[in-house]
Design a protein around this ligand. Structure first.
Ligand code: SAM
Length: 273
């Protein structure tokens, strides 16, 4: 199977591969470093005061549950994702936490949103634009379903900056690039975003960046390496044996306290004009 970007094809993966992505989404949402970035943009943009939110590519609904649980969100939110099983998990987990009155989830494709123009006062794209087939079409759709003056939050990694330490610097660089290429259809989309906004009737309100860094120990980057290194192997970008050596080195570094990995993440606070 072509291994390029598992999330782009999450609706076509076998059960085992899909369940591993599902576990990563839930473990990532519990990660203190990563979830702090979500809390920060909710606070800075006043997102919790929106009355009707759409999350495009919601996965297991972890971000919307966090919004409902930790941010006094009093409106309603709808999450859509093209993977049936993620939506089933999102409904189950939301019900377990008692959010069925606030949060709803349905299957849908980000490239053709099944909503009328101006239906939402806020739209969230949390680590989805880097994965979709046609990011400009998704941007167009998100702009269409937003009311004039409404808020669009695009949060994503700049995966061209993703890096893990490795003693052989040349191979380390090739592995960083292969990891970005095998995992993200649009690893540089956040660099393109500023010039794409105006053509879709969108205006930048504010944007900022955060480096996610783990030195010594690893949790966020442990799960990233373990989940996505197998896709580098199956993509054929690098030899399977070399990828195994790289992963073994990462595990040793985690155990002996010499681990280092980093990636830049950006938040764009955008308004529909
Ligand atoms: C990295 S996950 C992010 C999930 C969620 N936003 C979160 O942060 O927990 C990317 C999500 O985009 C979804 N996705 C990818 N392409 C999509 C498309 N064309 N339409 C809808 N969802 C899509 C995947 O199924 C996956 O759930």
């Amino acid at each position: 199977m072509a291994a390029r970007d598992p999330h782009r094809f999450s609706n076509k993966l076998d059960d085992g591969a899909r369940d591993r992505l599902l576990d990563r989404l839930e473990s990532r949402a519990r990660d203190a470093v990563f979830s702090k970035l979500f809390d920060n943009y909710v606070a800075r943009t006043g997102l919790a005061r929106a009355s009707k939110i759409l999350e495009v590519g919601c996965g297991t609904g972890a971000m919307l549950r966090r919004l409902a649980r930790d941010h006094q969100f009093s409106g309603t939110a709808l999450g859509i994702d093209h993977c049936d099983e993620f939506i089933a998990a999102a409904r189950r987990l939301s019900e377990e936490e008692g959010f069925t009155n606030k949060l709803r989830f349905q299957v849908g494709d980000a490239h053709g949103l099944n909503f009328v123009a101006g239906e939402f006062d806020a739209v969230i794209a949390h680590t989805i634009l880097s994965h979709v087939t046609e990011p400009t079409q998704v941007l167009q759709e998100m702009a269409r379903v937003l009311e004039v003056g409404g808020t669009l939050i695009v949060f994503d990694g700049d995966y061209a900056s993703l890096t893990y330490a490795f003693p052989d610097h040349g191979f380390g660089q090739r592995m960083d690039a292969a990891l970005a290429h095998a995992t993200y259809n649009n690893p540089r989309i956040m660099r393109d975003l500023p010039r794409l906004l105006a053509t879709h009737g969108l205006k930048l309100v504010a944007a900022w960046g955060d480096a996610v860094v783990e030195i010594g120990s690893a949790s966020y980057f442990r799960s990233l390496a373990e989940t996505y290194a197998p896709y580098v192997k199956s993509s054929g970008l690098l030899s399977g044996k070399a990828v195994d050596v790289w992963l073994t080195e990462q595990h040793q570094a985690m155990e002996n306290g010499s681990f280092f990995a980093a990636c830049n993440y950006y938040t764009f606070h955008i308004q529909r004009v």
